[in-house]
Ligand binder design. Structure first.
Ligand code: SAH
Ligand code: SF4
Length: 431
């Protein structure tokens, strides 16, 4: 219904100071439909049927299926199930896909290369729904944290981190987490549910809405990307929601839509060993692992999944990963906890353990949260640790905490909103 001018006006790029600029990958991009594009008539061998021309009887919102999060095959099957002739389904899938994931269109009425009857048919049967932004906090360092509402009234957080020359979106894969890593605030919250593929992809889509990052018709395409990288490092353990994460990443990587290359996606796991080879084979993205300790005794306490799959078993799976996924290095995440895992001896042991694995070691100064049983290591300690790792030939960046003023740093997600809610109910002081 909305006139085109209105539709594309909302695609204005947000003015973001110091916004990183990064080139789009060289993929063949779909051509924009020409201005005032003619509707594509249904093919002669599959004419518009009388059913399709009847006045649409729109199903109630809850009866219509959300297209976001369906893989191409699922979308095609859903179109057929709703009445699209089989012969047309592949073409319709491609057309809808581009509108939704390349152009960012949320209104079937704007899909001008589909016939009016077909647009009405889509409107009757489907929705294009992404999570709702409940609130957005912007840190002094430019980090943006989104609190998002999903079906069932649950909330998850996603964080956008602008950096020099790139921009990373950190997305959640679960509401809460089944695991109970003792240094992680998400680990103190029970698992509420897995996110659906649509809710995972939707986090990227709302971030692009907020950043004004959809292509604009009639304007030269910007050469740069604001969200150039995606990390699955928000709330939850992505490998305990494998199928949904895989389907979401398939959609994100599709070259005719959001088109993020697999080498710009990093999945972080606490070490769900049986799913690591599957990640290589079925997703092929980069892998990060929450290593955090160099002995089983300490890792059992910090990352309790270690009791199920210990350091040796984990390293075996990691050794195979680069070959299986055809990717370069594995990122070892190592949170620096004062007096717990941060000695020079730990650094030397770490280097010995990972020998032979192409690796980068990401040292994360512990992000404190109220009631946390640990403290952040001193800066000198972190540097000394980094030095040993660096001298052994590994890149060992110390991750600068981002967005701390808005509780957007690693391991702090959701906690702020959850705490605020508990405080309102008088359960906790909310300090
Ligand atoms: N569940 C996955 C991904 C989410 S956590 C995993 O555990 O890998 C993302 C990263 O933040 C992990 O490396 C995690 O160990 C780390 N992290 C969690 N809490 C933290 C905290 N309070 N300070 C610093 N890093 C933390
Ligand atoms: Fe879950 Fe990862 Fe936090 Fe561990 S570190 S509790 S796996 S989110």
């Amino acid at each position: 219904m909305a006139p085109k001018a209105h539709l594309f006006a909302r695609r204005r790029r947000a003015a973001i100071s110091n916004a990183p600029r990064i080139l789009y990958p060289r993929v063949k991009l779909p051509q924009p439909p020409p201005d005032g594009a003619k509707e594509t008539p249904m093919t002669a061998d599959a004419p518009i049927t009388q059913d399709m021309l009847t006045i649409p009887r729109k199903l109630p919102e809850e009866g219509r299926r959300n297209l976001i999060g369906m893989t191409r095959d699922e979308l095609r099957a859903a179109l057929i199930a709703a009445g699209t002739p089989e012969k047309q389904a592949k073409m319709r899938t491609g057309q809808i896909w581009q509108w939704v994931y390349f152009w960012g269109v949320r209104d079937f009425g704007a899909m001008t290369n589909l016939s009016k009857a077909y647009r009405a048919f889509l409107e009757e049967n489907f929705t294009i729904a992404v999570p709702e932004i409940v609130s957005r906090s912007v840190s002094a360092d430019g980090t943006r944290k989104y609190l998002l509402r999903i079906a069932g009234g649950h909330e998850v957080e996603a964080v956008y981190i602008p950096e020099e020359g790139r921009g990373t979106l950190c997305v959640s894969s679960q509401v809460g987490c089944t695991l109970t890593c003792s240094f992680c605030h998400t680990g103190t919250q029970r698992l509420v549910r897995n996110l659906t593929p649509g809710e995972i992809v939707g986090q990227l889509m709302v971030a692009r809405d907020d950043l004004g990052e959809w292509p604009e018709r009639g304007r030269p395409r910007p050469e740069t990307r604001l969200v150039s990288n995606l990390v699955l490092m928000g709330m939850g353990e992505p490998l305990y929601n494998f199928d949904n994460v895989r389907d979401a990443m398939k959609i994100v990587m599709d070259g005719e839509g959001l088109s993020l290359s697999r080498k710009r996606i990093t999945l972080s796991t606490s070490g769900v060993v049986p799913e690591i080879a599957k990640t290589a084979e079925e997703i092929g993205c980069l892998l990060a692992v929450s290593f955090h300790a160099t002995t089983d005794a300490v890792r059992d306490k910090l990352v309790p999944i270690n009791r199920k799959w210990n350091i040796e078993t984990l390293l075996e799976a990691l050794r195979a990963y680069p070959r299986l996924s055809n990717s370069e290095r594995i990122t070892f995440e190592y949170v620096m906890l004062n007096g717990v895992n941060d000695s020079d001896e730990d650094a030397r042991r770490l280097v010995r353990l990972i020998a032979g694995i192409p690796a980068k070691i990401n040292l994360i100064p512990f992000n404190e949260w109220p009631g946390a049983p640990y403290e952040r290591s001193d800066w000198e300690r972190i540097e000394s640790f980094a030095d040993i790792v660096h001298k052994a030939g590994y890149a060992s960046p110390i991750r600068t905490p981002r967005g701390e003023d808005i509780m957007a740093a690693c391991g702090q997600l959701k906690s702020a909103s959850e705490r605020a809610r508990k405080a309102r109910r008088g359960v906790e002081s909310g300090a």
